[in-house]
Design a protein around this ligand. Sequence first.
Ligand code: PAF
Length: 284
Amino acid sequence: MQLFHTLRELRAFLATHRDQRVGFVPTMGNLHAGHCQLVTLAKNHADLVVVSIFVNPLQFGANEDFGSYPRTLQSDCEKLQAVGADVVFAPPVEEMYPDFDGQSLHQEMVIQPPPLADDLCGASRLGHFAGVATVVAKLFHMVQPQVAVFGKKDYQQLMVIRALVRQLNFDIEIIAGETARESSGLAMSSRNGYLTVAEKTQAAQLNQQLQSIKQALLSGRRDYATLREQACLMLSQQGWQVDYVEIRRQQSLTLPDAQTSDWVIVAAARLGKTRLIDNCEVSA
Ligand code: PAF
């Protein structure tokens, strides 16, 4: 497995492998079994798999965890080697943002995503999806993959990336990987590392609420507002600070009506200091 920190090295390597189908898995590192699953999925669709590890400052708000986000390059590389990644690209900030002055990214060109990026997580994390879209577009230019894999855990992100590829005409197939879960049902996330032992046990409650709504939808209920309000209330009573629990149409993330038969239940809530997200697709 090759590890590159500069675009020059990455490009020189990829130039000698242009006859191969390149798969790409972008990450921010601190890898867990869910990321490894995405790499395995990429390997099934490509000859050569590139994984990027870059904690992207542009997608973090001023009061978010950019500074404390775990940087674990060595153990990440060991995991990626074990799962058969071919290339790790771990650039410093200056490599990704050439006009970064060491203080702010205001000089940088930013992609403005469509309105689907403005609600749910986009409503409480202003500018987050512009940061994601920008860094992913840059990485796509750098790696030039034929296929890229994104996890469904970040469901809204996946929809933004699909829009990015469609609207900016990237010739890249996007493959969605299923969410990896702990045996409790808790979705695996790099941010689970912020949870205390007790919180990690309690964190399974988020998925339990999604499962309750799923059962209600499958049993024929369409009183969406009541279902989401009940879930919010239950989580609040259990000590969560709920950002949102919403029932939306799959793909568009727009509001469903009584005829809708493909939903995604999406949720974001804070347990202690940790903000967690999860979702659950349901088809009747
Ligand atoms: O999902 C993530 O880890 C990040 O948002 C991504 C796609 C690597 C962009 O920084």
